[in-house]
Design a protein around this ligand. Structure first.
Ligand code: CP
Ligand code: NVA
Length: 322
């Protein structure tokens, strides 16, 4: 069955067409809820067997400098479900990996594609790619931000809790790309966030300041603490991520020691609200940042978050690339 596609994004795509998504701060609160509205329709209609060809004839290039399961599969399947085509461009296979400039790569890819998704290390590379590209660029994770994951996470919380404003999210662990993106999205959506990390592993001050400036407008209270028990007190959502991110493999042993007290386990969860959602962007290391009984327990929504990457990214592509 094919449903009227234009009705789905008309109006909602206003002002979003042709834009980049490099950080969740690129979207206003209203635009984030428009992404959620489209994602929600696409999700329920997919389950009813209703198809859409919103991206018919469109192609998305997916440039990867780092490994991926969820991002690669959800973008590729997502654009295919909407009638378009995704090209997996591993950096070691394309000339970018042999030193062709980001600028020339962006110019060339823009002549073939309708959008570029990139996963890389240095966030400045994504900014540069977007500067030179004439098609929308979507950040599929950098060392600094992971906006698609944060959007899927908040969409998941919204589905489960029915609201976001006024909720409290506790992030336990490294002040990394996930922590940064969650700070930004919580600030935009009026979600209080308490981040507990060891001294020296806080998010960059520049990110905290940007988030604080948005929080001042929405009433979100953001705090960085060292005590995980303080962070999880009264939390509606308890979120964690790996202690060593991609690119930090050599620091694994040192980090395991520094973060030992920052594990999300049953005793930490006892200090949160009894119905607190357990979140993790995955991949997870059971027995390190989170115990198996918690990530596989009844409050865990980690696989809903992973599924929602698909629906939210289909919405993002439909709004930016049509
Ligand atoms: N959460 C996430 O982005 O997973 P991948 O690294 O598998 O894409
Ligand atoms: N912080 C993790 C997230 C993986 C999706 C990393 O960058 O490796």
């Amino acid at each position: 069955m094919l449903k009227n596609d234009s009705l789905l994004t008309d109006g909602l795509a206003l002002g979003l067409r042709g834009r980049d998504l490099l950080c969740v701060r690129d979207l206003s609160e209203d635009e984030i809820y428009r992404v959620f509205a489209v994602a929600s329709v696409l999700k329920s209609e997919l389950r009813q067997g209703v198809s859409h060809s919103l991206l018919s004839g469109k192609s998305l290039g997916m440039v990867f400098k780092k490994s991926s399961t969820r991002t690669r599969v959800s973008f590729e399947v997502g654009i295919w479900q909407l009638g378009g085509h995704g090209l997996h461009l591993n950096c070691s296979d394309i000339q970018l990996g042999r030193g062709e400039s980001i600028g020339d790569t962006a110019e060339v890819l823009s002549r073939y594609l309708d959008g570029i998704m990139i996963r890389t290390y240095d966030h400045d590379e994504v900014i540069k790619l977007a500067w030179y590209a004439s098609v929308p660029v979507i950040n599929g994770l950098t060392d600094l931000f992971h906006p698609c994951q944060a959007l899927a996470d908040m969409f998941t919380a919204y589905e489960k809790k029915g609201k976001l404003t006024g909720l409290k999210l506790a992030f336990i662990g490294d002040g990394n790309n996930m922590a940064n993106s969650l700070l930004c999205i919580c600030a935009k959506l009026g979600v209080h966030m308490s981040l507990a990390c060891p001294a020296g592993y806080e998010p960059p001050q520049s990110v905290v300041e940007m988030a604080q400036s948005d929080a001042a407008l929405t009433g979100a209270e953001l705090e960085i603490v060292n005590d995980p028990l303080k962070a999880v007190k009264d939390a509606n959502i308890v979120y964690t991520d790996v202690w060593a991110s991609m690119g930090q493999e050599l620091e694994q042993a040192k980090r395991a020691k520094c973060f030992a007290k920052y594990q999300v386990n049953k005793s930490l969860m006892a200090a949160a609200r009894p119905d607190a959602l357990v979140m993790h962007c995955l991949p997870a290391h059971r027995g390190e940042e989170i115990t198996a009984d918690v990530i596989d327990g009844e409050n865990s929504v980690v696989f809903d978050e992973a599924e929602n990457r698909l629906h939210v990214q289909k919405a993002i592509m439909s709004l930016l690339m049509t």
